[in-house]
Design a protein around this ligand. Structure first.
Ligand code: NAD
Length: 264
């Protein structure tokens, strides 16, 4: 895939460490020749993100908290001054109070509902409002979602509701930006052990269940996700927008596994 993204410049939001899904995406894009800028949330994560970004040849690493409009404005103003235009944006951001990622959805508090929707859903729209102004013809945007938007998953609770809204926002933005030849897609990743996932109750059980019951009989890696992200952000998917592409070892197609299904 070397060269597929040569000459393309884009922003990666949501890198926390080398376990992050954003890291798999960034590595796949780097191998394909893309030039990237990164954002990080807070100084503590900045210390981890800066060396990772530098290892991929990036010298644009900026702070950004998506609950702060001014910090989003600052990122895009810096990119406008340095690059002038953008070919892709990756939104790999989600957050909810971990105390509400266990137990019952119906007990979600109003404050955490609003915060989860703001950070995990609205931020993608807020970012696209800013990115649109500098996106080139043929540019693409990508967000990360999870099957808990489509079906009830234990403990996923308000994040499932937020991801359903995120997936709907992908479709609306695909329609709005399509006339400018800007594509907007989502990638629905299977469970992966990351910082964010560690807040979800019984996450190890979810991982094991996915491994045992998905058609590929394994969990996906951040690089599996990264390679599909490369497809959705490159010209290979020039006719694809508003899509929710599953990278989950096929788990989403399974209704029920036969008790005697061969594991080989
Ligand atoms: P991660 O912890 O590595 O990344 C989450 C990122 O969100 C972090 O970089 C964090 O700094 C950022 N973030 C949270 N609140 C923010 C704010 N207010 N402003 C700016 N950034 C903020 O975990 P990850 O699993 O790589 O998560 C990336 C995306 O993938 C999330 O949207 C997550 O829901 C989604 N996803 C994860 C899985 C999984 O199993 N890990 C599966 C499907 C989808």
């Amino acid at each position: 895939m070397s060269g597929l993204m040569t000459g393309k410049r884009g922003l990666i939001m949501g890198l926390a460490n080398d376990k992050s899904i954003a890291w798999g995406v960034a590595r796949a894009l780097h191998e394909a020749g893309a030039e990237m800028a990164f954002t990080y949330q807070g100084d503590a994560l900045g210390k981890r993100v800066k060396p990772l970004a530098e290892s991929l040849g990036s010298n644009i690493v900026l702070p950004c908290d998506v609950t702060d409009a001014a910090s989003m404005d600052a990122v895009f103003s810096e990119l406008k001054d340095t690059w002038g235009s953008l070919d892709f944006v990756v939104h790999a951001i989600g957050f909810s109070d971990k105390n509400e990622l266990r137990g019952r959805y119906v007990d979600t508090s109003p404050d955490n509902f609003r915060m989860s929707m703001d950070i995990s859903v609205y931020s993608f729209t807020a970012i696209m409002q800013r990115a649109e102004k500098m996106m080139n013809d043929g540019a693409a945007a990508l967000t990360l979602t999870y099957y808990g938007a489509e079906k009830v998953m234990p403990h996923y609770n308000v994040m499932g509701v937020a991801k359903a809204a995120l997936e709907a926002s992908v479709k609306y933005m695909a329609m709005d930006l399509g006339p400018k030849n800007i594509r907007v897609n989502a990638l629905s990743a299977g469970p992966i052990k990351t910082l964010a996932a560690s807040g979800i109750g019984d996450f190890r059980y979810i991982l094991k269940w996915n491994e045992l019951n998905s058609p590929l009989r394994r969990n996906v890696t951040t690089m599996d996700v990264g390679k599909s992200a490369l497809y959705l952000l490159s010209d290979l998917s020039s006719g694809v927008t508003g899509e929710n592409h599953h990278v989950d070892s096929g788990y989403h197609v399974v209704g029920m596994k036969a008790e005697d299904a061969p594991d080989i």
